[in-house]
Design a protein around this ligand. Structure first.
Ligand SMILES: *Cc1c(COP(=O)(O)O)cnc(C)c1O
Length: 376
């Protein structure tokens, strides 16, 4: 089976991990800082804080801002559930704003309609690897005094008008799950220019304690204080070593992903019944996913196409069931079918094709040939 996404690990990655396994620090050691600094330098922020997952990164961002009961956070329904869950962890209320039909990115006009006196934050999701319209979102945030958060889990290496995802919003969350651009197994990062938030997140990942084990060891002190309720959201040093090693290859990974997208684009450009999502001219897409929309009036339904491709060893997938449609969100927040018609309609026709840097030329041709036979 050709999966929709997978990691690319080489010998030098393995050596980097093994070196740390032989060292003194498996966790709370120097590799974490090194990884954070490398990410800060790459995306162009003052601070980066490494965490145990992208979900932990999103949760920490909501904590740093101070989201709590009564606060509303606006986000798109086309995303992974974790984008909304992080609001619920803090007792806040996720309020969805529908997406644009051609890109499935949050629609700034819909965002503005959802703002109430309780709104605190807008989370933009750079879906599939294409940045949202951050200028439009920034304008709305300024006007209504809101904080901008980016769920950049799909978009490490993407750019909006020449600026990298990671420094476009006030806080950005990344994930290093194996299907993402670079991996640490599990892992995540928050990037920001705000020192206060960065310090809050550092404490939040360590139970809300003011110093970590190594800092106490270095100052010969046993004293520590817990000033806030935090979690154990730490990443390990061997994961960070893998992250550092992977980050060096990110430019090459991105080049490979964009080349695969070009090949798919060329094939679909001459066809009407399957269309890739559109890409705006002021964005540099990072292609975490390659998503196509199937034409509804074709005789093959999405489910048939999905089943046939899977049967032929092509691991297509669907990203995502709109979050408000999940039983948890229906039950606890009263969302229902029909609330977000653009997202719901798109959901019925989307399909994610295999997209990862080690996808071979003959595999791409195999995918294209199967689609040609099944659909055209
Ligand atoms: C992967 C992902 C997350 C969560 O990241 P984990 O590292 O798996 O916790 C959050 N949001 C989006 C959009 C993602 O794709």
């Amino acid at each position: 089976m050709i999966p929709y996404g997978r990691q690319l690990i080489n010998e030098d990655d393995i050596e980097a991990v093994v070196e740390v396994l032989r060292s003194d620090y498996l966790t709370t050691g120097p590799k974490i800082n090194e990884f954070e600094n490398a990410i800060s330098e790459y995306v162009g922020t003052k601070y980066s804080i490494a965490l145990s997952s992208g979900t932990a990164a999103l949760h920490s961002a909501m904590h740093a801002i101070g989201i709590g009961p009564g606060d509303e956070v606006i986000l798109p329904p086309i995303t992974f559930a974790a984008t909304a869950n992080c609001v619920v962890y803090q007792g806040g209320t996720p309020v969805f704003a529908d997406v644009e039909p051609e890109t499935l990115l949050i629609d700034p006009i819909k965002v503005e309609k959802k703002i109430t006196p309780k709104t605190k934050v807008i989370i933009g999701v750079d879906y599939a690897g294409q940045p949202c319209d951050w200028n439009a979102l920034r304008g709305i945030a300024k006007k209504h005094n809101l904080i901008l958060v980016a769920d950049g889990c799909h978009a490490l290496g993407a750019e909006y008008r020449g600026v990298k995802v990671g420094s476009l919003a006030d806080l950005t969350a990344f994930s290093f799950h194996p299907v993402k651009h670079i991996t640490t197994g599990e892992g995540g990062m928050v990037t920001t220019d705000n020192q206060d938030w960065a310090e809050k997140i550092r404490m939040f990942r360590n139970h809300g304690i003011t110093t970590d084990h190594r800092e106490r060891e270095e100052t010969g002190s046993w004293l520590y204080e817990m000033t806030d309720l935090g979690f154990n959201y730490r990443i390990t040093d061997f994961q960070s070593a893998l992250g550092i090693s992977q980050l060096k290859k990110l430019p090459d990974f991105l080049k490979k992903r964009r080349k695969i997208a070009d090949q798919y684009n060329t094939f679909f450009s001459s066809r009407e019944s399957v269309k890739p999502l559109s890409v705006k001219t002021d964005r540099l897409h990072a292609y975490h996913l390659y998503v196509v929309k199937l034409h509804k009036d074709k005789e093959n339904s999405r489910q048939d196409v999905f089943n046939q491709l899977r049967k032929n060893g092509i691991g297509v997938n669907v990203h995502y069931i709109p979050v408000h449609m999940h039983p948890f969100y229906r039950k606890n927040f009263g969302y229902k079918a029909g609330d977000y018609p653009v997202a719901e309609k798109a959901f019925e026709s989307i399909l994610s094709l295999p997209m990862f840097p080690s996808l071979k030329k003959n595999e791409i041709e195999h995918v294209i040939e199967n689609i040609r036979q099944i659909i055209f």
